[in-house]
Design a protein around this ligand. Structure first.
Ligand code: G4P
Length: 523
């Protein structure tokens, strides 16, 4: 295979969903089809610790987060698939958002009974901002859920994206009979043996053979719905999918392994190969046309091995090919180095990687050299990829060192963790008290743990709760007297003013009184 064909075979995506929608289950089935795991129970075991082969931070062990599951790779239908994990629950952090910067498309898993939930919405917005294709899998059809038409409407209304049903459920819950596959023009039966799995449909779109299903009200209902979709629904448009304006929707049941394979096959047909990236110099780096290796760091994970205090920088390769032992230049410092230690991530273990191409993710051992957003290049000419966006934090803590004598270590630790992208830094005016901001609670826990273990500083954390952070377009018009308990004025790490509003009401109140102050949020 030429390197060009190698790159074209890559599909790199993340699964976005609200906790419990079935992301782990669907991932596990995909890995199973791809032969990456032998037993479709392996990933699931992560909750019980079976899968926790890594022994990094204790906090990680306690929570059962597995490093090895951050990136999973497998081959399926001539594609090499890279799935990047986006943790849910309290594990939700800026990392989760940044991971979405490293993928070319996203799969959104929705629980049919719950519809669009908060976390899905947040992650969806980040994908939308990037304009990447989003594919929807509506899960748990083996249980009674919302009406399919209602779910389609919800997608359009809550998310503001057009949808196209690739298939349609016939019945649901106890009466779930299968899916009418509009795209592949067949009916796929639920709970049946392999030979009888697919039923043909005729020119009119009706079930082509005599079958008991045809006599049921569920079949009639599905046919009515499909007629409605054909007449009044959106048209299928590959172009719109590519631009992230229309999401193809698939129904299924991950737990019973129904519809996942059909989904994966169809998804891989439409999912984009590695996409070009813009540089800060406003040039475009095309994965295939640019022979030199290049990539950017979207995640740094610390203490994978406590004995060595090592960190791993996750690199999304944008162009060319990586080979172990090659020379790389870190664009920010201009320093070159030979990469001898690199890692690739597989379903059940980390492996040393010798070769990887655009679209793949590799891990570089880091002793404090890298920062989030760094560009690494293989050629002589260096450049920088567009900066990764900063995300508006939602929860805040005031933080101090328990022992004032440790102040120097305290500040050093914070500086490094902030540079690493683990947490966001703010300070109060004049008194310069430290306030940390995060999008997820876990970030604070990781911060506290790492300050103690890596910098030997115990910290006192004082919750400030949720705040709405807003930056200011016309900073020169801000007066420090505008600060109040409900609209606290602070500075960020770049010394820019930021208002931390207690709630929406406080923000509106402030804006009404200070119409000339133009507020904006980060992503
Ligand atoms: P997550 O990673 O998105 O958080 O979800 P996960 O796959 O862990 O699934 C959450 C729960 O939903 C699990 O049940 C899982 O078995 C169940 N589930 C996933 N897909 C389906 C489906 O298609 N149908 C049905 N009925 N259930 C599904 P649990 O009881 O929380 O976990 P477990 O005890 O099964 O491990």
């Amino acid at each position: 295979m030429t390197i060009k064909e190698d790159i074209q075979s890559r599909r790199t995506f993340a699964i976005i969903s609200h906790p419990d929608a079935g992301k782990t289950t669907i991932t596990e089935k995909m890995l199973y089809f791809g032969g990456a795991i032998r037993d479709a129970g392996t990933v699931k075991g992560k909750k019980t610790g079976k899968f926790a082969t890594s022994d990094w931070m204790e906090i990680e062990k306690q929570r059962g987060i597995s490093v090895t599951s951050s990136v999973m790779q497998f081959d399926f239908n001539d594609c090499r698939v890279n799935i990047l994990d986006t943790p849910g629950h309290q594990d939700f952090s800026e990392d989760t958002y940044r991971t979405l910067m490293a993928v070319d498309s996203a799969v959104m898993v929705v629980d049919a009974a719950k519809g669009i939930e908060t976390q899905t919405l947040k992650l969806f917005k980040v994908c939308r901002m990037r304009g990447i294709p989003i594919f929807t899998f509506i899960n748990k059809l083996d249980r009674q859920g919302k009406e399919p038409l209602e779910l389609m409407e919800e997608l359009e209304e809550v998310l503001g994206i057009q949808s196209y049903a690739m298939n349609w459920p016939i019945g649901m819950g106890k009466e779930f009979m299968g899916i009418y596959d509009r795209y592949n023009k067949r009916i796929e039966q639920f709970r049946t043996d392999e030979e009888a799995r697919f039923l043909p449909i005729d020119e009119e779109g009706e079930l082509a053979i005599a079958h008991p299903m045809k006599e049921t009200s569920y079949y009639t209902q599905a046919m009515d719905d499909i007629m409605l979709l054909n007449e009044a629904g959106n048209e299928f448009s590959e172009e719109k999918i590519r631009r992230g304006e229309l999401t193809p929707v698939f129904f299924g049941s991950a737990l019973t392994n129904f519809g996942v394979q059909t989904f994966l096959e169809t998804y891989l047909q439409f999912a984009p190969m590695p996409q070009p990236r813009l540089t800060q110099e406003e040039t475009i780096v095309d994965p295939v046309d640019t022979p030199e290796f290049s990539g950017f760091i979207f995640k740094i994970q610390a203490n994978m091995n406590p004995a060595h205090r090592d960190r791993i920088a996750f690199v999304r390769i944008v162009s060319g090919e990586f080979e172990r032992g090659m020379n790389m230049t870190l664009a920010r410092t201009g320093k070159s180095f030979k990469v001898t230690q690199s890692t690739q991530f597989l379903a059940d273990d980390r492996e040393t990687v010798d070769k990887a191409v655009a679209g793949d993710i590799i891990g570089l051992y880091d002793t404090g050299t890298y920062q989030i957003g760094d560009t690494v290049v293989g050629g002589k000419k260096t450049f920088k990829f567009e900066a990764l966006p900063q995300f508006t934090p939602e929860i805040f803590m005031k933080v101090t060192a328990k022992n004032v004598m440790k102040s120097k270590h305290f500040h050093k630790g914070i500086l490094q963790l902030v540079q690493e992208g683990a947490i966001q830094y703010y300070k109060t005016l004049h008194t310069e008290e430290v306030i940390l901001g995060a999008v997820g609670q876990l970030q604070f826990e990781v911060f506290e743990h790492r300050m103690k273990n890596e910098y030997n500083v115990e910290v006192r954390m004082e919750p400030m709760g949720n705040k709405i952070a807003r930056w200011i377009e016309n900073e020169e018009d801000v007066k420090e007297s505008m600060t109040s308990a409900r609209s606290m004025l602070v500075r960020d790490r770049y010394d820019q003013y930021v208002f931390l509003f207690e709630n929406e009401f406080a923000m509106r109140w402030f804006s009404d009184k200070n119409e000339h102050i133009k507020l904006y949020s980060l992503l």
